[in-house]
Design a protein around this ligand. Structure first.
Ligand code: ATR
Length: 267
């Protein structure tokens, strides 16, 4: 029996328990996966209580991914470079921190949407925590260029510099985006939360694959992509299920079937 959980604040609307219940059922694995609302200033204590009560592993969502990074006693390379942890595995002596967000995005793009990222020009909008979590797995797919464009140019420049030893990463301001088409645009800004789309050169979307990390509704970025002749438009629901699958595998060493779960969630 695996004792699993997800910590967040808020956490009420998390789809993770439903996703992990389907994974466990598919693989005939005995698992309990609960939602835990941790106090904003006391994630560590809430996590320790769960560990002391026999927790085997847990996910961490907003706003605790950096707290979880600090709590982990060992980090995977992914987690180290992401600067954030969304999955912890409890062992006898360690709390192993992993970040499955970027792996989930790459799996959704390559397995579910059938794309190859090799030699592609990828443009990421935003340079916050969401972006930092996806850069390494994207670079590992060997794109020809990974461009990070941000409202505050210096943050994009810093991220590109931090990851430059892993591949061709370039950082600049949103105003420097050219009107030349790129292959893939990923919206990793939080602008959609405010129902906004950054004002950028529309030509880059022409025949591009446009992917919003957000899910649940048609976002302003997705409308912008449609109006500017994108080839394909996707939201982040597939990434949500894929990152969960990586977490599930990290704890149980069994790989679930994600397509069936994505289909169920889309109804
Ligand atoms: P997250 O963890 O979701 O990435 P974050 O670390 O606060 O959240 O980062 C939010 C990102 O969205 C940042 O890149 C931010 O740009 P700045 O670094 O210039 O603040 C970007 N962002 C938020 N609202 C935006 C808007 N209206 N237009 C453009 N970029 C926006």
């Amino acid at each position: 029996m695996y004792n699993l959980a997800v910590f967040g604040n808020p956490i009420e609307h998390s789809l993770s328990p439903a996703i992990h219940a389907q994974f466990a059922q598919q693989l005939a694995i005995q698992a309990s996966y609960i939602k835990i609302l941790a106090p904003i200033n006391n994630f560590a204590q809430a996590a320790q209580q769960f560990i002391d009560s026999g927790g085997d592993g847990f996910n961490i969502t907003v706003p605790f991914k950096i707290d979880a990074y600090k709590l982990a006693t060992e980090l995977t390379l992914n987690a180290k470079m992401a600067g954030a942890v969304n999955t912890i595995k409890v062992t006898d002596s360690q709390l192993i921190g992993e970040n499955t967000d970027g792996l989930g995005l790459v799996n959704d793009l390559t397995q579910n949407l059938g794309l190859s990222l090799k030699d592609k020009k990828i443009l990421i909008l935003g340079a916050g925590g969401a972006t930092q979590g996806i850069i390494l797995p994207l670079l590992q797919q060997q794109p020809s260029r990974l461009m990070i464009a941000n409202r505050t140019a210096s943050k994009a420049e810093k991220l590109a510099n931090d990851f430059s030893k892993y591949g061709p990463a370039y950082g600049f301001g949103l105003d420097k985006i050219k009107s030349d088409p790129v292959d893939i645009i990923i919206n990793a800004t939080s602008a959609s939360l405010d129902k906004k789309m950054p004002n950028i050169a529309p030509g880059c979307a022409e025949h591009a694959i446009c992917y919003d990390l957000m899910y649940g509704e048609q976002t302003p970025f997705m409308n912008w992509a449609r109006d500017n002749h994108a080839l394909m438009i996707a939201d982040g629901l597939g990434m949500l299920v894929e990152q969960a699958a990586h977490s599930f595998e990290f704890w149980t060493e069994k790989r679930p079937d994600t397509q069936a779960v994505i289909k169920n969630l889309r109804g």
